[in-house]
Design a protein around this ligand. Structure first.
Ligand code: XIL
Length: 345
């Protein structure tokens, strides 16, 4: 046959939309680039989802031109496309050690800027970006991946922080400073935008404990001055899993986060299974089973879960394409994992 659009076949229009199955539970999101807003990829995106995250476009590295001035041209185009299609937008990301802008915290010789200068740059980046997108976004990942993997002494969250340019220049309070800067802009404008902390290996109990302690302390500090109000509204569990992931560990982390009174977002879900862009029948079934277990857990905690966002539309464009981690295959056809989450109980 002839491919109908950019080399891909027709999507299956008779499937039940994922967003419909979970409409009483949480939003269904996907990570997108500009190229998703065309042809049958756009159809698949719109059919199953009601929320997007920019897979890369809204990261600090792409928010400046060569002269180091803010330039949101590409971001604005993506945001406009999403709005035109009636999709909600989650902002990703303001402060991260990757795809960042080195010059904000490090000088040309690789040394950290003074605390004062880096703090000014941090606040300026956060405030300008939040102000620019305004309430086009429903939420922001303010800080991403600040914790070490499996920290040995998780009750000391400051000692569990990953080395990064921001940490070196400012110290452990760079997190609280970033949230406060975002919150100031939101409050000045009277917007309703949720502020998230986002991280991976969220099923690791030591990492979950360090995240718990960090959010607890920052929120307690803020609540004491602001009539009990939250500063960090939500914790994003990236959910980059694999066939060895134990859903009971996911449950423990999730329940721990919920106990802080914050909402939980599943922000970057995918489950690696195969290799070399191939899945055996057995791997496809095991992947489907884990997806079903996860969605059954998500449904159980739906009251506290704002969204479940997949990290990519289909296997061939996934950042982990070789291991076929998503619900739709290279031809945009539903895999066993799709059918498994239709009726997870
Ligand atoms: C990834 C993108 O998917 C890739 O295209 C890019 O090359 C690197 O970043 N955690 C995050 C996401 O918070 O921003 C990352 O996205 C995946 C891990």
């Amino acid at each position: 046959f002839e491919p109908t659009d950019s080399g891909a076949v027709e999507i299956e229009k008779d499937l039940t939309p994922i967003k419909e199955i979970y409409q009483d539970d949480f939003l269904i999101g996907n990570a997108v680039s500009d190229s998703e807003f065309e042809g049958n990829r756009l159809e698949l995106l719109k059919m199953h989802h009601n929320l997007i995250t920019a897979e890369n476009a809204m990261k600090p590295a792409y928010a400046y031109n060569e002269q180091g001035e803010f330039d949101f041209t590409a971001e604005d185009s993506l945001v406009q496309k999403a709005k035109d299609e009636g999709l909600l937008i989650h902002g990703h990301v303001l402060v991260w050690h990757q795809q960042s802008r080195e010059a904000l915290h490090t000088d040309e010789n690789g040394n950290p800027l003074s605390r004062e200068q880096a703090l000014e740059n941090l606040r300026n980046h956060v405030k300008t970006t939040v102000e620019h997108f305004g309430d086009s976004v429903i939420s922001w990942d303010v800080v991403n991946e600040a914790m070490n993997d499996n920290p040995p002494n998780p009750s000391d969250w400051k000692a569990s922080l990953r080395q990064s340019g921001w940490l070196e220049a400012i110290g452990p309070d760079y997190l609280e400073q970033a949230y406060r800067a975002a919150k100031e802009v939101i409050d000045e404008n009277g917007w309703d935008i949720q502020l998230y902390y986002n991280d991976y290996n969220d099923d690791n109990q030591n990492k979950a404990e360090a995240i718990y302690q960090m959010v607890k302390e920052i929120n307690e500090n803020y609540a004491a001055e602001n009539d009990g109000e939250l500063l960090i509204d939500g914790i994003g569990m990236q959910a980059h899993y694999n066939l060895n992931t134990n859903p009971e560990n996911v449950r423990r982390s999730m329940e721990k986060f919920i106990s802080l009174g914050v909402e939980v977002g599943v922000t970057e879900l995918d489950v690696t299974a195969g290799s070399d862009n191939e899945l055996t029948e057995q791997q496809a079934q095991a992947q489907a089973y884990l997806y079903a277990q996860l969605f059954s857990l998500y449904k159980e905690h739906a009251e506290h879960i704002s969204r479940v966002t997949f990290w990519g539309l289909n296997d061939s464009t996934s950042w982990r394409a070789a291991q076929s981690p998503l619900l739709f295959d290279e031809d945009l056809q539903a895999k066993p994992a799709y059918y498994a989450i239709m009726d997870p109980e």
